[in-house]
Design a protein around this ligand. Structure first.
Ligand code: DGL
Length: 269
């Protein structure tokens, strides 16, 4: 048993897709969330910048003495996971491996599509992870740089979002995929539009949810789950709390206004 908190972070709101799942499956756990809303998006930046930001974010969370950290960001998980793991002894779980496994289990025709940020697609992280599981699977990857700003600005189900979705999924539809990885944790917030346009015959794999399930399994295997009935949740952001609280509250289906605080992460390296 461990009553220590679980750390979760992302460049912004996306990691809440993992938090929502964690609250559902592990309601007794304390969670400390950090969203780097002052520097979002990460996915259009260089590897070096993403790595530097991610290490600063993790350092902030490690000061909260967590028992494990969930890197609830496809971009960071794709380009900086080994750097982050080198910073601490506690488990640091990324989204790519568990999501790749879930997609391989879900596909029936062996054709999987990946939607992710430019950095995630460029890193080929999903190609590597899926290739290791089943090299016969055919992958079609598409970068969707407009999705993160749409989510951060609350355009979750809007005609502008529909247009962007249609544009980005065209190559996946052409390839005949039956499974689509929402490889950026922001994208499950667009699930209603994505599901509607892709249709029922396509299975959507939510990377935030799969990562949360992997973290829960890791804590259980190490006998590190909390014995509390109801956990406390704190949310930290690096920019204004208002926009984050509003969209996060809607997505988590609860008012979190009093639990959100603006902080500065140390950027002196
Ligand atoms: N949620 C992040 C991801 O999973 C968003 C990246 C971004 O900030 O561009 O990739």
């Amino acid at each position: 048993m461990s009553e220590q908190t679980i750390g979760v972070f992302d460049s912004g709101l996306g990691g809440l897709t993992a938090v929502r799942e964690l609250i559902k499956i592990l309601p007794g756990e304390d969670i400390v969330y950090f969203g780097d809303t002052a520097r979002v998006p990460y996915g259009t930046r260089s590897r070096d910048t993403i790595r530097k930001f991610a290490m600063q974010d993790l350092r902030f969370l490690l000061d909260k003495n967590p028992k494990a950290v969930l890197v609830a960001c496809g971009t960071i998980s794709s380009v900086a996971l080994s750097d982050l793991r080198a910073m601490t002894e506690i488990p640091v779980i990324g989204v790519v491996e568990p999501t790749a496994r879930a997609a391989c289990n879900a596909t029936r025709n062996g054709k999987i599509g990946i939607l992710g940020t430019s950095a995630t697609v460029k890193s080929q992280s999903y190609q590597t992870a899926i290739g290791a599981i089943d090299p016969s699977i055919q992958l079609t990857a598409q970068a969707c740089p407009l999705f993160v700003p749409l989510v951060e600005n609350g355009y979750l189900d809007h005609p502008i979002t529909e247009l962007a979705v249609k544009e980005y999924i065209a190559p996946l539809q052409e390839a005949g995929v039956d499974t689509v990885i929402l490889g950026c944790t922001h994208y499950p917030l667009l699930k209603p539009v994505l599901g509607r346009i892709l249709g029922d015959h396509v299975t959507l794999i939510d990377s935030g949810k799969e990562a949360a399930l992997a973290l829960a399994a890791a804590l259980k295997a190490q006998n590190q789950l909390s014995s509390a009935a109801e956990g406390q949740r704190r949310y930290y952001v690096s920019d204004e709390v208002g926009n984050f609280s509003h969209i996060a509250g809607m997505f988590l289906n609860q008012n979190i206004d009093g639990a959100v605080e603006k902080v500065s992460v140390k950027t002196d390296d």
